[in-house]
Design a protein around this ligand. Structure first.
Ligand code: 5RP
Length: 228
């Protein structure tokens, strides 16, 4: 089975949590696209849901499949969000944002009663930190923010087609390889305190569960109820 097959298997396991009447948060990326396609089939079969999307691409895909997608600006609470991930450890500390949507993903996750991530099993790691952590940056403050990030990380401006990548809200992404991510909560607070940093891909408290598929077999990790 390919990694993409496992992404699909994980996505199809997670959509079993979706019920009619829910406001569903739709993640971004190739695994989330499998989830949106699975939801589209369920909607065609009578599932009655509303949705918000974490990117323009996910909103467009969902709408073409007949899913009712609302502007998140008018939505205060989401029942369940299903999204992809780049690294997940067994404490459900997660790195996201290889697709560049981490700021919207963080907002939708924070509004969600429950967030589950879906991934192929290769994304499961003993401890997050090997992957670069994407940081969304106000272009106006790029030079200052790069200098600040370099104190703790190797920062690289994300490029596409020879020009700086821009997010859906026209911001820059700086991918940061941290020299030490053994205290991710402290790193997240430090990042968030840099003026000009709009968001980052460390999801340390948002994720309630993960569906991880390896060779077609799904492992579900669930956060203990009393953890914050
Ligand atoms: C986008 C994300 C994606 O969910 C994450 O990068 C995983 O992507 P994929 O499912 O394509 O591997 O965080 O900002």
């Amino acid at each position: 089975m390919s990694a993409d097959d496992d992404k699909r298997v994980a996505a199809e396991a997670a959509v079993a949590e979706v019920r009619s009447g829910m406001m569903v948060g739709l993640g971004t990326g190739s695994t989330a696209a499998h989830m949106i396609r699975a939801l589209g089939r369920m909607v065609a079969d009578g599932l009655d849901i509303d949705a918000v999307a974490t990117s323009v691409a996910s909103a467009e895909l969902a709408r073409t499949l007949g899913i009712r997608v609302h502007d998140f600006a008018g939505v205060a609470r989401v029942d369940l969000t299903i999204d992809g991930a780049d690294e997940i450890d067994d404490r459900l500390l997660v790195v996201k944002g290889a697709g560049g949507a981490m700021l919207r993903e963080k907002c939708v996750a924070a509004a969600s009663g429950r967030m589950v991530v879906i991934a192929d099993g290769a994304k499961r790691v003993p401890a997050i930190g090997a992957a670069r952590v994407p940081v969304e940056v106000l272009p106006f403050a790029r030079g200052f923010v790069m200098r600040a990030l370099a104190k703790r990380a190797d920062p690289a401006t994300r490029m596409t087609g020879g020009v700086p990548y821009r997010t859906d809200q026209d911001m820059l992404v700086v991918d940061c390889l941290f020299r030490d991510l053994s205290e991710p909560h402290g790193t997240a607070a430090w990042l968030q305190a840099i003026p000009g940093v709009l968001g980052h891909g460390l999801f340390l408290t948002e994720v309630h569960a993960a569906y991880l598929a390896t060779n077609g077999t799904v492992t579900k990790l669930e956060r203990p109820v009393n953890r914050d």
